[in-house]
Design a protein around this ligand. Structure first.
Ligand SMILES: Cc1cc2nc3c(=O)[nH]c(=O)nc-3n(C[C@H](O)[C@H](O)[C@H](O)COP(=O)(O)OP(=O)(O)OC[C@H]3O[C@@H](n4cnc5c(N)ncnc54)[C@H](O)[C@@H]3O)c2cc1C
Length: 447
């Protein structure tokens, strides 16, 4: 067993971990329970399925922390980025992908790798022997979660995020809506017109907020806490926080001009982003929700342009399971009490597709090095990957530990480029320049 690395979960993290370890020459067995045992969010048996948005967020590697993470993963030969690039869709500065083609390509690459084999089925208990990476994600199966809890003695936290609805493009009324990326961002015309915009005047906005507030919502189960992750707040919760909150969030009207009525400034705008290569599906950006299905259809059809919309998928709520990593994991992402077990992905307390895949990349490389009798130190925390792993394995407050997106706040401050909001752009460029240098040196040391 010791000469084979076992990975549980072929999601974003497990797929990348398998690829990295196999590329380093280590045989890998990938254990995945789907499609035999499903989750409420996954729909296929494919690897690296994107369960909600089809976006890997900003691709700006000079001034954005997630864009920098893209850069680092590309530099490290990451499979997820390679396939995301291959199946990218126009998205005005963001990296959005055709989700089905993307997952199919990841699956095919893993299946074709001579050192990777698949062991279908659910793993119900934490393994005792051998080297393992556990990358079972926010929807870790109940049996395994119970076993993890028993072994760690620590309480896992559970809370809810929400899925944004997807609309059939042909049912959007383009006599009212129009195509435009905010501030016409993007290199090509396709990029500059990547979004469909639905305008609202003040009366329409107020009526929409009233409908959101009074819509029937899914109740939480007893004992479940509603500790929403702020980056993924349901729209009705945003509306509850203040009638203007949405107009300053996902419905902000800035950087957009309605060609049907250029002289009138929209009071609010709902944006939809392309969800597949064919351009037949669009998701409503930032509209995750826990309204009941019937209520959702009625409320979303109040949006001008969506009065006859047909929905390919309505929004929903979901559970998120993650470890208290700062207390449980060492800097090598190993369970302190059982160092033959590593954790990777969202279950470690990072949040998002990109962050999860990045933690898979790191865990795969670290495990492979260990199996060859070496120790691979994590990259310096001047890098996006290093900053994240440092945060979850010790940098974060254990008591108040919550899932974390990559952001420049996790990076050591750059003395030379301080200076408040004014110097922010230079500072971000300073961070990414420094990160690229440190990350390149980390990679070179492994060559
Ligand atoms: C409903 C929902 C919506 C989300 N929306 C977004 C979003 O829009 N953008 C974003 O960036 N992130 C989103 N996330 C977070 C997203 O899941 C993670 O960012 C990412 O998928 C995590 O990658 P992962 O590899 O850790 O987990 P996953 O991709 O979920 O992979 C875990 C894999 O482990 C398998 N598995 C679980 N238990 C077992 C077991 N016992 N035995 C064998 N296999 C097992 C699962 O089937 C799954 O394939 C969302 C999460 C959920 C649940």
């Amino acid at each position: 067993m010791t000469d084979t690395l076992h990975i549980i979960g072929a999601g974003l993290a497990g797929s990348e971990a398998a690829w990295q370890a196999a590329q380093a020459g280590v045989p890998v067995v990938l254990h995945e329970m789907r499609p035999k045992v499903g989750t409420f969010a996954h729909r296929t048996g494919d690897c690296a399925e994107m369960v909600c948005s089809n976006s890997f967020r900003s691709d700006d590697d000079e001034r954005n922390a997630v864009g920098l993470l893209h850069w680092e993963m590309r530099a490290a030969g990451g499979l997820i980025m390679q396939m995301a690039d291959r199946h990218a869709l126009p998205a005005g500065g963001a990296l959005a992908v055709d989700r089905e083609a993307f997952s199919a390509a990841v699956t095919e690459a893993l299946r074709a790798h001579p050192l990777i084999s698949f062991a279908p089925g659910e793993i119900c208990e934490l393994p005792g022997e051998g080297r393992w990476i556990i990358a079972t994600g926010p929807l870790t199966s109940g049996a395994l979660a119970t076993s993890i809890r028993a072994a760690t003695g620590a309480e896992s936290l559970a809370f809810f995020d929400a899925i944004a609805p997807i609309v059939h493009a042909e049912t959007i009324n383009m006599d009212i809506a129009w195509r435009q990326s905010r501030y016409d961002k993007g290199e090509t015309e396709e990029d500059q017109k990547a979004y469909i915009n639905c305008p609202m005047d003040r009366g329409q906005y107020e009526a929409f907020i009233d409908a959101l507030l009074s819509a029937e919502k899914t109740e939480f189960h007893e004992g479940e806490t509603a500790g929403y992750f702020d980056g993924c707040l349901p729209i009705e919760v945003m509306a509850e926080r203040g009638r203007e909150t949405l107009r300053h969030g996902p419905m902000k009207p800035v950087g957009l001009t309605n060609p049907h009525d250029p002289a009138t400034k929209s009071y609010a705008v709902v944006q939809l982003r392309r969800d597949n290569a064919l351009g037949t599906l669009y998701n409503i950006v930032g509209f995750q929700t826990k309204m009941k299905y019937g209520a959702q259809t009625a409320v979303f059809r109040m949006i001008p342009g969506l009065e006859n919309a047909s929905f390919a998928r309505l929004g929903g709520i979901h559970r998120n399971t993650f470890l208290n990593s700062p207390t449980l994991l060492d800097a090598q992402m190993r369970l302190r009490s059982r160092p033959n077990l590593r954790f990777a992905g969202q279950v470690t307390g990072v949040e998002g597709y990109v962050e999860s895949a990045a933690m898979g990349l790191l865990a795969g490389r670290m495990a492979a090095a260990e199996m060859k009798g070496q120790t691979l130190p994590p990259p310096g925390f001047e890098t996006a990957m290093g900053a994240l792993v440092n945060h979850i394995t010790g940098g974060a407050e254990a008591k108040s530990f919550q899932p974390m997106n990559v952001n420049f706040g996790l990076f050591p401050p750059l003395e030379a480029a301080r200076g408040g909001r004014k110097g922010r752009k230079d500072r971000y460029k300073g961070y990414t320049d420094r990160a690229k240098e440190v990350f390149s040196a980390w990679l070179a040391a492994q060559a």
